[in-house]
Design a binder for this molecule. Structure first.
Ligand code: ADP
Length: 167
């Protein structure tokens, strides 16, 4: 199968999607003809939101971008990227510590499939401190989330955090 250089896959856990992710999606959609958001399973994390919930939230917030779509995958990211027919895996970089982990990951992916290149976009300054992990913690302790998340995601995260603490 020939891989299309105009197609990119933005992989991640997105538990949940936040404004930093959305900024990478918006900028990626201006570079690539087609951008697929690939929602993966992280075996080291037990998610707040299951795969179907994460996909539904992403589906909602990508509506303004006609060349962006969302799909779930399990297994290796490079296998999914090849299945989509994309040449490019898109990732966001927040900090030097992200860089170290992403550097190793992108070289490993290149070893697994030499035709798939990872392309990085630097996080925009207002979002560079955002992570889904931190936002889940803030939600758990009842902090305000509206500045960091699309409204629908903020409401869902607050509800999920409340449900988990009263369980
Ligand atoms: P993963 O568990 O694979 O790191 P995440 O959902 O945390 O998945 O992140 C998916 C991608 O988005 C990664 O490339 C990550 O570096 C990037 N990313 C995460 N937070 C931000 C942010 N605030 N700004 C830009 N990119 C981000």
């Amino acid at each position: 199968m020939t891989l299309n250089p105009g197609t990119a896959v933005y992989t991640g856990t997105f538990d949940p999607i936040h404004l930093g992710h959305l900024d990478i999606i918006a900028r990626g959609s201006n570079i690539f003809e087609r951008l697929v958001v690939g929602v993966g399973i992280n075996p080291d994390k037990s998610p707040f939101f299951d795969m179907a919930e994460r996909i539904a939230m992403i589906g909602d917030v990508i509506k303004p971008y006609p060349n962006v779509e969302v799909q779930g995958f399990d297994g290796l990211a490079v296998t999914f990227v090849r299945r989509i027919g994309a040449r490019v895996m898109l990732r966001g970089l927040r900090s030097a510590s992200d860089m170290e982990a992403e550097f190793t990951m992108s070289l490993m992916n290149l070893n697994l499939d030499k035709e798939i290149e990872t392309v990085f976009l630097m996080a925009m300054e207002p979002y560079s401190h955002l992570s889904s992990t931190l936002l889940r913690q803030i939600a758990t302790f009842g902090g305000v989330l509206d500045k960091f998340l699309p409204p629908l995601v903020s409401a869902a995260l607050q509800k999920r955090a409340r449900d988990r603490t009263t369980r």
